[in-house]
Design a protein around this ligand. Structure first.
Ligand code: ZN
Length: 207
C-alpha cells in the first residue's frame, strides 16, 4: 500500500493487498485498514476518455475516470501496468485509468476539465504504480504517438515513458509520482510480467 503524502484521501494498493477488482474480501480488508466504506464507486474501464460523476457506490457504467464531491465515498480504478491517477481539489477528488491509449487521447486532461467545469479545479495530483520506460517495450505504431517520450528498455528496445506523458497533462499542479515499475517490482501486479487478471486499486475519497 502506498499513500501520497499531503493527500488525506488517496491510496494505491499492491499485490500484498490482494486483487482489488475481483476479490471482495481483499477489498474489504483494504477498506478497514484505510477506515473507508467497502462500497466503492467504480466504472467499466474501456481505455477511453469518458468521465462519470459519482453520487453513490456501485459500477457506474463505461468510463475511464470518475470524480465526486460526496464525502467519504471511495472512488477506484484498477490497473496492472496502466497508471492510476488521483486528482485532488479539496472539495472533490477524481481518479483516472491511463494506459497508452488513454494517455494518447488525454484521459487525465478529460478528468481535470470535468472537475474544473463543475467548480472543482484540481490542485494536486498523484500518479501511482505503472509500467516504466525500463520495461514498456512498444512497436513503432505506439512510439510514433509519443515522439517526445520515446526511451529505451533495460534490454535496449524502444519504449515509451507513460508517466512523463501523464505528467504533461498535470501542468501547474503539485504532482507526486510513485515511480515504481509494475513489471519489475514483484510486489505489484503486472499483466505483462505474468498475464495476471489481478489488479492494483487506485482509491480516492473526499476525506
Ligand atoms: Zn521496469
Amino acid at each position: 500500500m502506498n499513500r501520497p503524502p499531503g493527500v488525506d484521501g488517496a491510496a494505491f494498493t499492491g499485490a500484498a493487498d490482494g486483487d482489488q477488482r475481483n476479490d471482495l474480501t481483499a477489498r474489504s480488508a483494504v477498506s478497514s485498514w484505510l477506515g473507508i466504506s467497502r462500497d466503492w464507486a467504480t466504472v467499466r474501464q474501456v481505455h477511453g476518455t469518458n468521465m462519470v460523476r459519482a453520487l453513490g457506490p456501485g459500477e457506474l457504467g463505461e468510463a475511464d475516470g470518475l470524480w465526486s464531491e460526496v464525502p467519504r465515498l471511495p472512488l477506484a480504478v484498477f490497473t496492472a501496468d496502466c497508471f492510476g491517477v488521483v486528482l485532488h481539489a479539496g472539495s472533490a477528488v477524481g481518479v483516472a485509468h491511463a494506459g497508452w491509449r488513454g494517455a494518447a487521447e488525454g484521459v487525465v486532461t478529460a478528468l481535470r476539465a470535468e472537475m474544473t467545469a463543475h467548480g472543482h479545479p484540481p490542485i494536486r495530483a498523484a500518479i501511482g504504480p505503472g509500467i516504466g520506460p525500463c520495461c514498456f517495450e512498444v512497436g513503432p505504431d505506439v512510439a510514433e504517438r509519443f515522439p517526445d517520450h520515446v526511451r529505451e528498455t533495460r534490454w535496449g528496445a524502444t519504449s515509451v515513458d507513460l508517466a512523463s506523458v501523464i505528467r504533461r497533462e498535470l501542468e501547474g499542479l503539485d504532482v507526486w509520482l510513485l515511480g515504481t515499475c509494475t513489471m519489475h517490482d514483484e510486489s505489484l501486479y503486472s499483466h505483462r510480467r505474468t498475464g495476471t487478471a489481478q489488479r492494483i486499486a487506485t482509491i480516492a475519497w473526499v476525506a
